[in-house]
Design a protein around this ligand. Sequence first.
Ligand code: PMP
Ligand code: GLU
Length: 406
Amino acid sequence: MGILSAKLSAVKPSQTKAMTALAATLRAEGKSIITLSQGEPDFGTPENISQAAINAIHAGRTKYTAVAGIPELREAVVRKFQRENSLNFTTDQITVGCGAKQLLFNALVASLDAGDEVVFPTPCWVSYPEMIKLAGGVPVPIETRVENGFIMRPDDLRAAITSKTKWLMLNSPSNPTGAVYTRQNLEDLAAVLRDFPDVWVLADDIYEHLVYGEAEFSTMAEAAPDLASRTLTVNGVSKSYAMTGWRVGYAGGPIELVKAMNTVQGQSTSHTCSISQYAAVEALNGDQSFIREFRDAFKVRRDLVVNLINNIPGLECSTPDGAFYVFVGCQKLLGRDTPSGKRLETDMDFAMYLMEEAGVAVVPGSGFLAAGFIRISYASSEDDLKKACAAIGQAVSKFPSPQDVA
Ligand code: PMP
Ligand code: GLU
């Protein structure tokens, strides 16, 4: 009998983390690798936020805090939800953890019994199915299509719900597709959910501020206020404030659930870092103008990458409305042989080929439950993005043409 639980043997490691770790290993061996495999803004954390953390250290704010987070931060979160989403919470409806990731995990652990089902549209973030399994639940993917802009159709949601369904997990703007659910899209899904009063909504709004052009952000508890009593709204400072490493996420929802999430956290990590919490207070209460600057920069990078990628024969992508990922179809290149004679059967083979031949780390679509794609994060510098796309183009041009092979 091995040491691992049966549950863990069904859980896969995070592919975003795995590709990023492989890139780091190759770089340490002296290879030149551009990492576009992890959704992480290349900007530094704004100075006022870093200074708030330094002040917190000097003021001795280095002790354990309340499990749900320091009161100042929960108050700042209450104001943020009010200001930006017209959602009204009391501070005891707010909980803070080690990133949005941990809030999602806490919510699932707090609510799932063995065999409970969680539905979510795919392509989805790599961690959704695995977290659900870790919490003892059963992931139920709902496939969306490129033709529909990767937006889940209400009928597909209805067809996926069973008597065991506990949650709909919905991430908009979406990782990895960048799809943004409009208010109307959310209202249409809400109309389905009204027929299933036991199904709760886990709204993952981590990319809230990263929407471009005409697209507008909306969240379920705001679009369908009657569902607020069964919605947990999750967000965090990682993406909007360039604070990925600080590990601060937060959630607002019904008290009974939030209390149970605090129990999970109080018996595991206790709380996120005290210093990070003081930094997050400044992020949410302080100057917000750089959010627009970040967004403007990302929009330029998005357009750059979409253009460069669509100019590479065999690769195609649409222009995403949000987040900072381009989801690129590579089906046309599968089945081709590399110059060294290896056949590319899967998107994983293609991603590994790009790592070795182009020196570019991307994530295979199968990690997001969407075979035949790769995900490129454009949260890197324009210079790196240009170099990476040129290297991808060159690597693809090295495939012997079908005539040569014949
Ligand atoms: N949700 C989605 C869809 C994500 O892509 C991420 C990745 N960072 C998270 C949640 C978690 O972010 P964090 O834990 O850094 O707040
Ligand atoms: N969410 C980001 C991504 O998808 C960061 C890595 C992770 O936590 O998965 O790249």
